[in-house]
Design a binder for this molecule. Structure first.
Ligand code: 4AD
Ligand code: MG
Length: 432
């Protein structure tokens, strides 16, 4: 191996010096006496300039053999170049080809999305995909930063579970030796137990839904951030949600400007994402929709077109609160003044990205919880531990779940969630 390789991101610290970089050829242009190599190494991009008259014959020949996605060690002098995007270029004087790649399948011409998805393992190398994965990593960092600096402890709920958390229709079944088991749809119920032990907790991990939905917002495997907070009511939870989401968006704006530019994202739209966020009740949303060309009877859930119509009224995410109990999960606390609605809120992202957060205050009364188990036909024995949380020192508490991929899609301005994760699991795709 070559010692002291410099990454492209580090070249600014080596202006005027000779460095060696491990790289791939992203593209190449040449004009008789000079070759321009578009080089990438994962950390960034730089142009390598090979001048026939200034390099050995061997180096010039090597430059001629380089094809798209060839791998190499390239040596040269770092020069400031204000006209290039990175601000630097490399005056190449040495090339050691690791592999001269033949017929890289993804060429600069247009490919269909199925072809690209079949080659996802290579497509990840494209500048746009690199930008998305970089922003995803920044979002994850900012999520952890927000909770770790605001009194939350990160707790990891199990992925293999004996019961369902969010309804039984979309569970992935597996065997746990002789028992039946399911992949988790949400860590929430376990996070409620953790909140009773640690006060404020959050989880950050993969969740699974065997949903037969083929929409631009659904993945089969997706990542969720699930905070759960003791002694916090719905209103306090909404204030935490808006502060949290603003922090995440502003962190990306501050730390990922080049990546947002690569994606052509309108950054001014992201800069507007500042707490507080507007709130409307489910009833107000129904009124609004029925005045704007929809026909939605009270008691029906909203679909993507409804959410988009509501979101279009605002330049930042909007909370829709107090949905009918009949269309929400069994654990949501009824509004004491109006028990047919629950103390819940969905956060709808702007620009048509739909629901990014679902959350609620939880039922803390043991009798009401027992009643809900009966109404929803849930097996009490399997949830005995969950009932215990209401039996031994129950307290008001609230929580919510943010979908990571929908958040990445919104912040990056992407059409579809399939590009927000390295290897998406969708209805018809398990490969690669
Ligand atoms: O609204 P959901 O189903 O809520 C829960 O699971 C609660 N237990 C969370 C909690 O209170 N701790 O899911 C939460 C979020 C959604 O708002 C959405 O962003 C995302 O998870 N989500 C999906 N993202 C991608 N693909 C899917 N199939 C998704 N289903 C939900
Ligand atoms: Mg939801």
């Amino acid at each position: 191996m070559i010692e002291n390789l410099v990454t492209i991101k580090q070249v600014s610290a080596h202006t005027g010096a000779r460095v060696t970089i491990g790289a791939w050829v992203h593209g190449k242009r040449s004009s008789g006496k000079i070759a321009f190599l578009q080089l990438r190494d994962g950390s960034g991009y730089i142009q390598g300039v090979v001048a026939k008259n200034d390099v050995s014959e061997e180096t010039w020949e090597a430059a001629g053999k380089l094809t798209q996605e060839s791998s190499l060690y390239v040596s040269g002098t770092v020069k400031e170049e204000p006209r290039s995007a990175s601000g630097y270029e490399l005056l190449v004087d040495g090339i050691e080809i690791i592999q001269a790649t033949q017929e890289y399948p993804i060429t600069p011409k247009e490919h269909g999305v199925d072809f690209l998805m079949d080659h996802r393992h290579l497509w990840l190398r494209a500048p746009k995909q690199r930008a998305i994965l970089t922003i995803r990593a920044e979002i994850k960092r900012a999520v952890n930063e927000y909770f770790d600096t605001n009194g939350f402890t990160q707790v990891d709920p199990p992925i293999l579970t004996p019961t369902s958390a969010e309804g039984t229709t979309n569970l992935f079944h597996t065997k746990y030796f002789d028992e039946d088991a399911y992949l988790t749809q949400s860590g929430q119920l376990y996070m409620e137990a953790a909140a009773m032990a640690l006060g404020k907790v959050y989880s950050f991990g993969p969740t699974f839904r065997a949903e037969k939905s083929k929409t631009r917002r659904h993945l089969i495997e997706f990542w969720m951030i699930e905070p759960e907070m003791a002694f916090v009511d719905l209103e306090q939870s909404l204030r935490i949600q808006e502060a949290f989401v603003s922090h995440v968006v502003q962190s990306v704006v501050s730390n990922c400007r080049p990546e947002l530019e690569t994606l052509g994202r309108d950054i001014s739209k992201l800069e507007a994402i500042q707490a507080p966020f507007p709130r409307i009740t489910y009833d107000e949303a129904i009124d609004f929709l029925n005045k704007n060309g929809f026909e939605v009877p009270w008691g029906e859930d909203f679909g993507a077109p409804h959410e988009t119509a509501i979101a279009q009224e605002y330049d930042r995410p909007v909370f829709i609160t107090h949905y009918p109990a009949s269309i929400k999960s069994f654990y949501m606390k009824p509004d004491p003044n109006r028990p047919e609605v629950v103390l819940c809120a969905d956060m709808i992202a702007p620009e048509g990205y739909g629901e990014i957060i679902g959350g609620s205050q939880r039922i803390d009364d043991p009798e009401l919880m027992a009643q809900r188990f009966e109404e929803h036909n849930l097996p009490l024995d399997a949830y005995q531990w969950y009932m215990d949380l209401r039996k031994y020192g129950t307290v008001p508490h609230s929580g919510f779940g943010l979908g990571l991929e929908r958040t990445v899609a919104w912040i990056c301005g992407l059409e579809h969630v399939r590009e927000t994760i390295a290897f998406p699991r969708t209805l018809y795709r398990l490969y690669p």
